[in-house]
Design a binder for this molecule. Structure first.
Ligand SMILES: O=C(O)CCC(=O)C(=O)O
Ligand SMILES: [Fe+2]
Length: 221
């Protein structure tokens, strides 16, 4: 299941992230995926203070987003990494590694996330293309918008043919490892949030029984 968060970032944050991107050193994306023969992009040098400020800013936005919180059940989130595609750059179809190392921590990638930072009109091509049972979903978000998708899917970034694609990418370890269970908890949680007050106390307790006991079964801890 997918989540699109339209206004994850405020306009001022998008502006600051673009400024950071303009003043930060970018390195070959293969730095973190040396074995990949399809990755052809650039990413912020994580040693740069700008790269760290960018990660912090986006992490804060995740923290205040109810959609992100309720959908992901995030346990660990990798520091979001600014990523740029100039004309001719692309990231061919691939599957994200099941685990990534962040410092001493290992993060299981249950969900992948792209945060869009520049105007879709500012570049041609560059759609995030996710394969779903043989169909392709092509996504090009507005500035400040995030898309969260299961890391289990084949996906790629189509070649940028004009302009520049600027995004931040990250990976999430969820407290609910199984995607179907996560989706059930999300939908039930949404129903609870919107409707629990409209049913009788007795039925609300029934709903509570189902929701709390499914969480007991499926939350890692
Ligand atoms: O640039 C993107 O939107 C996604 C990049 C990607 O698939 C990855 O870093 O694994
Ligand atoms: Fe990927």
């Amino acid at each position: 299941m997918f989540l699109r968060i339209e206004n994850l970032l405020e306009p001022g944050e998008v502006k600051r992230l673009r400024e950071i991107a303009a003043n930060t050193r970018f390195v070959d994306g293969r730095a973190t995926n040396p074995a990949s023969t399809v990755k052809n992009n650039t990413q912020a040098d994580t040693a740069e203070p700008g790269a760290q400020e960018a990660s912090r800013l986006i992490m804060q936005a995740f923290g205040r987003s109810p959609e992100f919180t309720n959908f992901c059940f995030a346990e660990l989130v990798a520091p979001p990494l600014l990523t740029k595609y100039a004309p001719g750059m692309t990231y061919g179809e691939h599957i994200d590694a099941a685990e990534i190392q962040v410092g001493r921590q290992r993060i299981r990638t249950d969900l992948s996330c792209t945060v869009f930072l520049n105007d879709p009109e500012a570049y041609e091509g560059g759609e995030l293309d996710i394969r779903l049972q043989g169909h392709h979903l092509a996504i090009k978000g507005r500035p400040g918008e995030a898309v969260v998708y299961p890391s289990t899917t084949f996906h790629r970034v189509r070649e940028v043919t004009k302009g520049e694609r600027l995004v931040a990418i990250t990976f999430i370890q969820s407290r609910v490892r199984d995607g179907v269970e996560r989706e059930i908890l999300f939908e039930l949680g949404e129903f609870y949030a919107f409707e629990a007050e409209n049913v009788s106390w007795e039925n609300r307790q029934r709903l509570e029984f189902v929701l709390q006991n499914l969480k007991r079964r499926w939350l890692d801890r």
